[in-house]
Design a protein around this ligand. Structure first.
Ligand SMILES: [Zn+2]
Length: 125
């Protein structure tokens, strides 16, 4: 009987995690895409992103570079590395604040900063 209960629990846990629908983001730039719930889900946030993805597919065809490879300008890559460093610093600030028993309000503010930074890093191009 207990084995049966465990399996039911497992099913519930699975369906709960399946409900956590991740945000749909543009396959080109990583910006969030608003979903209407009707029709085919969009892959790109704008006509320009769709066009740039199409151009890249043409440019890399016949090479060993995957059609959907994320190719970054060196300057954009440098910015992204800086952002990732900022993100780590923000996470370390939270760890330090927790060790030092910071107030709930202070923790809340540090977490908000972390989320804002993380969102900016999601915009890849
Ligand atoms: Zn886009």
């Amino acid at each position: 009987m207990s084995r049966g209960s465990a399996s039911v629990l497992g099913v519930n846990a699975f369906s709960a995690s399946a409900k956590m629908n991740p945000e749909v983001t543009c396959a080109w730039c990583g910006n969030p895409i608003e979903t209407t719930g009707r029709g085919r889900p969009k892959k790109y946030c704008s006509h320009s992103c769709r066009q740039r993805a199409y151009e890249q597919r043409n440019n890399v065809s016949g090479t060993s570079i995957p059609a959907d490879a994320v190719i970054l300008h060196p300057q954009r890559y440098a910015e992204l590395k800086d952002s990732l460093f900022e993100l780590r610093c923000a996470a370390e600030d939270i760890a330090t604040a927790a060790t030092e028993n910071a107030s709930a309000a202070e923790m809340r503010q540090l977490c908000d900063e972390l989320v804002t930074l993380a969102r900016s890093v999601e915009k890849i191009r």
